[in-house]
Design a protein around this ligand. Structure first.
Ligand SMILES: [Zn+2]
Ligand SMILES: [Zn+2]
Length: 164
């Protein structure tokens, strides 16, 4: 969705509310990730005392695979999309500030960017996921395969030392 911001910039108190569905291709989110439904985007752009703000929220369920055991994971996300929109910068280094290139604002791109930044770097089916056995590949959440854990070289060295 594109928003025409000129009337908002020119009129204190003006606002553009929105509530829409935003779908996007899996490769736009990240490798192995997809949405179970389009994201719901709600919020508004408004001019309060001459400052134009974007205040929105994007909600979606991300479908992913557990980083340790590859099980399916459903990850509900609710991502705030809050920025101050400006047409020129005055030396302020502020993540919240978005410098507009045009009065025709690409809201979808902004929402996608914030949504992707909000994704956790590691996605697990549960915090204590035990992952897969490095020897036989069994899912250790479901079974005890009985493979010996690979020896820790530091512990081996300590055992040798204690024997002496
Ligand atoms: Zn897992
Ligand atoms: Zn095993």
């Amino acid at each position: 969705m594109f928003l025409e911001l000129e009337p908002v910039f020119n009129n204190e108190g003006a606002q553009i509310p929105f509530d829409y569905s935003l779908g996007w291709a899996a490769d736009e989110i990240g490798a192995g990730l997809s949405l179970d439904n389009p994201a719901r985007v709600t919020g508004k752009v408004y001019n309060a005392a001459g400052v134009v703000r974007l205040s929105a929220k994007a909600e979606a369920v991300v479908l992913a695979l557990c980083d340790r055991c590859a099980a399916d994971v459903r990850l509900p996300m609710s991502v705030p999309v809050n920025h101050v929109l400006v047409t020129s910068l005055n030396d302020e280094d502020n993540d919240e500030l978005i410098l507009l290139e045009s009065m025709r604002f690409d809201l979808d791109a902004m929402v996608r960017e914030d949504f992707i930044l909000a994704l956790p770097s590691k996605i697990l089916c549960r915090n204590d996921c035990r992952g897969l056995c490095g020897v036989c590949g069994a899912n250790l959440n479901e079974t005890q395969c009985g493979c010996a854990a690979p020896a820790d070289p530091r512990l081996e060295a300590l055992k040798q030392f204690l024997k002496q």
